[in-house]
Write a protein that binds this ligand. Structure first.
Ligand SMILES: [Zn+2]
Length: 233
């Protein structure tokens, strides 16, 4: 496969700064610097304060995949409206500094991508050849990151919260797959449906679906306390 085609098939065309080795100069570089600086500050804040991120960072450390801010995250300009991505080749999380402007958005993107990183760490995911693996991790990321939580308040007037959440997770997983792989919508739907129930019910490392920041705080507390009674044996 030639490089351009391969880039497209694996979604690298959405992340033009990946593997380019280019360094921009001049006034653009300065404005990029401020975008970049803001992105770094928001990332740091997410890692220190978001219970979702803290739980995932802790779980990764315990699985032997300690995350380092400078090595495993990269703030970059991205094409289109993508907010982030996980580059399995370099084990790096890309944060789209030109598309993330609010801390709450940063927290969700960091959480979503850390779930992919967690899956990568624990399960040896075959991201490129096995669409079922990719679909499973996208379902888990949409389900557990809070991506589908904040619109619940509005939706509960129309649907049961549970049904809405599931539909939201399914829809988001589909869109994520279609953004990075050149497959048909029908094919993607089939794959998502095949793996949906087992992946939707896999809540590791949260132990529950964190529907709100409060849920995530409880999940984090439980996670931190899980070995407490063995600690002094
Ligand atoms: Zn994703």
């Amino acid at each position: 496969m030639d490089q351009t085609k391969q880039d497209e098939e694996y979604g690298y065309d959405l992340f033009p700064e990946r593997n380019k080795g280019k360094f921009k100069t001049g006034s653009i570089a300065q404005s990029l610097f401020s975008f970049n600086h803001k992105c770094q500050v928001m990332l740091h804040f997410a890692m220190e304060t978001s219970p979702y991120a803290k739980l995932l960072l802790s779980a990764m450390k315990n699985s032997g995949c300690k995350v380092f801010k400078d090595r495993h995250f990269s703030c970059e300009d991205c094409d289109g409206t993508v907010s982030g991505g996980f580059d399995a080749t370099s084990s790096q999380i890309v944060l789209c500094q030109n598309n993330i402007h609010q801390q709450s958005h940063m927290n969700r993107v960091v959480t979503h991508e850390l779930i992919h990183a967690f899956d990568h760490c624990r399960a040896h995911v075959d991201w490129f050849n096995n669409y079922r693996h990719l679909a499973c991790s996208e379902i888990r990321a949409a389900n557990l990151s809070g991506d589908c939580a904040f619109s619940n308040e509005l939706a509960r007037f129309n649907f049961g919260v549970k049904e809405h959440h599931q539909e939201c997770v399914r829809g988001r997983a589909l869109r994520s797959i279609l953004a990075v792989r050149k497959i048909s919508r029908e094919e993607a739907e089939k794959i998502v449906d095949e793996v949906f129930s087992s992946c939707f019910n896999d809540h590791a490392p949260f132990g529950r679906i964190p529907h709100s920041k409060k849920d995530a705080k409880f999940a984090y507390r439980d996670y931190e306390n899980r070995d407490r009674y063995y600690a002094n044996l």
